[in-house]
Design a protein around this ligand. Structure first.
Ligand code: PAF
Length: 272
């Protein structure tokens, strides 16, 4: 079991003890699954010291979202983190002593689309806490999952735009054998909902083979318990929808509500 540090001063003291070591940070909100552990494994390859942060960041949840319901499973999380060196698990007041940080990062225009369209302010909250974690841990590497593709895009943009001295590494989505992308929110799904949730990966597969949005959207529409939010093809370099004439690499992204649980997924595709 890794050492758990709850304060910024405590974490800094621990890291100061080995000043020559390189550090990789894996930012998480806990409720860890094999997708997170793949991030930890990648971090292990990159640096001498692996720090996993576990913090359910209130700033990135809107009113009426699932902040209170978000799973908090610290003991179980720690039991899975044998390959990490340090866990940083601060309280909300440790991170936001004044109730919320005074200064915030404002994400670029892409933050208003897709996830941001249903979750206003979400990405400002994500980038603010990620920037704080970068400042606190000062890692050489930070490892994020491809599952949150828009988040990954915006974190990379922040690092570029603000010249932050950290290398962002992405790790592919980990899926169940049936194709369902692992997510901390999957635990909210009943058996039937879990089956319905397979529609997301199926729609992405359909897009990968046909490149046709209408056909793939029909795949989702055929499952009545799934409420589609968006299914789009975006450019990996701009995260904006591609035109009909786009050829080459692209990213198919999807979000839908299954019962009361909102799920997202994505897949790199090639348009011929
Ligand atoms: O992806 C997440 O779990 C969160 O958005 C992150 C990056 C830990 C920031 O709170």
């Amino acid at each position: 079991v890794p050492d758990v540090v709850e304060t910024i001063a405590g974490l800094r003291a621990r890291l100061r003890a080995t000043p020559q070591s390189t550090v990789a940070l894996v930012p998480t909100m806990g409720a860890l699954h094999d997708g997170h552990l793949a991030l930890v494994d990648r971090a292990r390859e990159l640096a001498d010291i692996v720090v996993v942060s576990i913090f359910v960041n209130p700033l990135q949840f809107g009113r009426g979202e699932d902040l209170d319901r978000y799973p908090r499973t610290l003991d179980a999380d720690l039991a899975t983190l044998g390959r990490a060196d340090l866990v940083f698990a601060p309280s909300a007041t440790e991170m936001y002593p004044d109730g919320a940080s005074q200064t915030r990062v404002i994400a670029g225009p892409v933050a208003a689309l897709f996830e941001g369209a249903s979750r206003p302010g979400h990405f400002d909250g994500v980038l603010t806490v990620v920037a704080k974690l970068f400042g606190i841990v000062q890692p050489q590497f930070a490892v994020f999952g491809q599952k949150d593709a828009q988040q990954l895009f915006l974190v990379r943009r922040m690092v570029t735009d603000l010249n932050l001295p950290v290398v962002v590494e992405a790790v592919p989505i980990v899926r169940e054998a049936d194709g369902l992308a692992l997510s901390s929110r999957n635990r909210f799904l009943g058996e039937q909902e879990k089956r319905a949730a397979l529609t997301l990966s199926r729609a992405l597969r359909s897009l990968a083979t046909s490149g046709d949005l209408a056909t793939a959207r029909a795949v989702v529409a055929s499952e009545e318990s799934v409420g589609l939010d968006y299914l789009e093809i975006v450019s990996p370099s701009t995260f904006l929808p591609v035109g009909d004439d786009h050829g080459g690499e692209a990213l198919a992204i999807v979000a839908a509500k299954v019962g009361s649980t909102r799920l997202i997924d994505n897949e790199a595709i090639h348009l011929g």
